[in-house]
Design a protein around this ligand. Structure first.
Ligand code: AMP
Length: 216
């Protein structure tokens, strides 16, 4: 199965990617996670990306496209992949079309997680994440058992630098201007599956139901 997960920041892409992975064992490629790992490791890529990420801007297309191109050629992508957070611009989508064409691969579906801006702001200002393993928490709906400490690995649970309201609003503007047009792009290719993602735990059920014939 080869799919793209598309949605505003805070639409639940990371959470739903985990749910999809449990059902379909495919490579999960999160460009945000790859960039954050590079920032943490202090690589050249990380140093270049940091400022864009902290202000809620997009990292330049050519950097991201090269990163995804090489990642898609790793062996674990042979049996399928889930792209989470990529593409985010028309240029990235067109570059992906070319990369897949060269690799002789067809996309099966583009899953859109549809959620309104106010829900996003509420979710992201209360989101926390484990610095070590990436486990996602929420101070209202899913707090860590001991405040500030990850239930899973004992790591430090923090608020992401880009999860403060002013940056979230920038990220939403960027999403509406640059990423939302991709919904029509993939709709016109007859690949789009749209899921109402404003709810709670039932979102995953709706998502998996809509995905059950994908790739068949
Ligand atoms: P995310 O975790 O997907 O919300 O990504 C966090 C940040 O990483 C974004 O706000 C961007 O600065 C950067 N980023 C992630 N994916 C991309 C992408 N496909 N294109 C450009 N920037 C990206």
């Amino acid at each position: 199965m080869r799919i793209i997960l598309i949605g505003a920041p805070g639409s639940g892409k990371g959470t739903q990617a985990e749910n999809i992975k449990q059902k379909y064992p495919i490579a999960h490629i999160s460009t945000g996670d790859i960039l954050r790992a590079n920032v943490k490791a202090g690589t050249e890529l990380g140093k270049n990306a940091k400022e864009y990420m902290e202000s809620g801007k997009l990292v330049p297309d050519e950097v991201i496209i090269a990163m995804v191109k090489s990642r898609l050629q790793e062996p674990d992508c042979k049996d399928g992949f889930l792209l989470d957070g990529f593409p985010r611009t028309k240029t990235q989508a067109e570059a992906l079309d070319l990369i897949l064409k060269k690799l002789g691969i067809l996309l099966d579906a583009v899953v859109q997680l549809d959620v309104d801006d106010e829900t996003v702001i509420r979710r992201l200002t209360t989101r926390r994440v484990c610095k070590s393993c990436g486990e996602i928490y929420n101070v209202l709906f899913k707090p860590a058992r001991i405040e500030g400490i990850c239930d899973k690995c004992g790591g430090e649970v923090i608020q992401r630098n880009d999860d403060i309201e002013s940056v979230i609003r920038n990220r939403l503007t960027v999403f509406h201007e640059q990423t939302a047009p991709l919904i029509d792009y993939y709709q016109s290719k007859d690949l789009l599956i749209s899921v109402d993602a404003a709810g709670g735990k039932d979102v995953v059920l709706k998502l998996l139901e809509k995905m059950k014939d994908v790739g068949k």
